[in-house]
Design a protein around this ligand. Structure first.
Ligand SMILES: Nc1ncnc2c1ncn2[C@@H]1O[C@H](COP(=O)(O)OP(=O)(O)OP(=O)(O)O)[C@@H](O)[C@H]1O
Ligand SMILES: [Mg+2]
Length: 361
């Protein structure tokens, strides 16, 4: 098991700053996910760990050893790409065996390893087939098997499931998670799909514009987003966000006055200042509850999610998303916000005001 560390890594492509003083640590045996929108630098980060790119500034460490200038072949990493890159003219067996042959391994050892990873990936019956005779999901498993055959120190995966249809994706990600649980390989996994990130990650790094905005467990980044971007990027349906002004007795968001659970004392230093208030759709209810703020609005749209509904409620000019088990019957509805569940961000810096969090008191 290997620990991976990036220290103050900057990478430019011409004028584009792909990575901007990026630091992060992947712990031994961890399933670490890089999550962020297109172009934020996920692939570049992975390629720098692999040694396929070199940073302009900063260092890459595997355990305590600096590998910044080591070529890919000497790092002991395996990478699975979005496009799988399996060789069409080789059987599945030969595809998996290829990196082992390159390493001049003995035939018996190659055979043993190929069969072992094939069993792990449940493709034993496909070893004599050619890639054109496989489904997308099977091809993807071949690519992972090939990456595992060399027993890498670090397994790198760049959106490996994005070519699969929705149902297969869900199945394949469960298999990957299970596999990593069993092998305990240090894994860095890139995706722009927040659900995938939440399901797979031990810890996730949320990235934007070449920077890491927050690193934490899926629970942490969801329940305590460090800033507005993370709050909005994670969660589906997305968090409700509105601007407000801190007043003596709560936050005035225009259509309501929201008391802050922490109490007016904490607010005092922020009085008169602008904030962004966030509340997740599941923290707004359609039935009364103690200490909730009651608001009246009208139903603007109902989205059916299968088991439950997202009700878009208009209150003046503001539309609030509410998650509900029941489909509202009337156009006019009462909704109830839990003030303890509010997320508050500074309007300027967009950083979370953690001192409004209950446990920070
Ligand atoms: N070889 C290159 N030459 C020039 N610019 C590049 C090169 N590789 C990446 N970039 C730029 O660097 C930034 C980061 O790219 P990167 O591929 O790391 O993003 P990403 O997060 O993987 O995005 P996606 O989700 O679309 O794959 C982008 O602005 C991209 O255009
Ligand atoms: Mg990419």
């Amino acid at each position: 098991m290997t620990r991976v560390e990036l220290e103050h890594v900057t990478k430019r492509f011409g004028k584009v700053v792909a990575l901007d003083d990026l630091s992060l640590e992947v712990r031994k045996g961890e399933f670490f996910v890089l999550l962020g929108p297109s172009g934020c630098g996920k692939t570049t980060t992975l390629r720098i760990i692999a040694g396929l790119e070199h940073p302009d500034k900063g260092r890459v460490l595997f355990d305590e050893e600096e590998v910044t200038h080591l070529p890919p072949a000497r790092r002991g990493v395996s990478m699975v790409f979005q496009s799988y890159a399996v060789w069409p003219h080789m059987t599945v067996y030969e595809n998996i065996a290829l990196p082992l042959r390159v390493r001049k391994m003995r035939d018996e050892e190659i055979d043993r390893r190929v069969r072992e990873v094939a069993r792990l990936m449940r493709i034993e019956d496909l070893l004599s087939r050619y890639p054109s005779q496989l489904s997308g999901g099977q091809r993807q498993r071949v690519a992972v098997a090939r990456a595992l055959a060399v027993t890498p120190r670090v397994l790198l995966m760049d959106e490996p499931l994005s070519n699969l249809d929705a149902l297969l994706r869900v199945q394949a990600r469960a298999e990957l998670k299970k596999l990593q649980n069993e092998t305990k390989l240090t894994t860095v996994y890139v995706t722009h799909d927040q659900v995938e990130a939440m399901v797979l990650a031990d810890r996730v790094a949320v990235m934007n514009a070449g920077r890491v905005l927050q690193v934490g467990s899926p629970e942490e980044v969801y329940t305590k987003p460090a800033n507005r971007f993370v709050a909005h990027f994670i969660g589906s349906p997305p968090i409700n966000l509105f601007e407000g002004v801190v007043e003596q007795d709560g936050i005035n968001v225009g259509f309501a006055k929201l008391p802050v659970a922490a109490g007016p004392d904490v607010l005092r230093s922020y009085i008169g200042r602008q904030v962004i208030v966030g509340v997740r759709p599941e923290d707004v209810r359609m039935t009364p509850a103690p200490n909730h703020v009651e608001l009246v609005g009208s139903v603007w749209l109902i989205e059916n999610l299968g088991g439950d509904y997202v009700v878009l409620v208009a209150i003046g000019d503001t539309i609030l998303r509410v998650k509900s088990r029941e489909r509202p019957v009337a156009d006019k509805v009462r909704i109830y916000i839990d003030p303890k569940k509010l997320h508050i961000f500074d309007k300027e810096s967009e950083q979370r005001l953690s001192r409004f969090d209950k446990e920070d008191l």
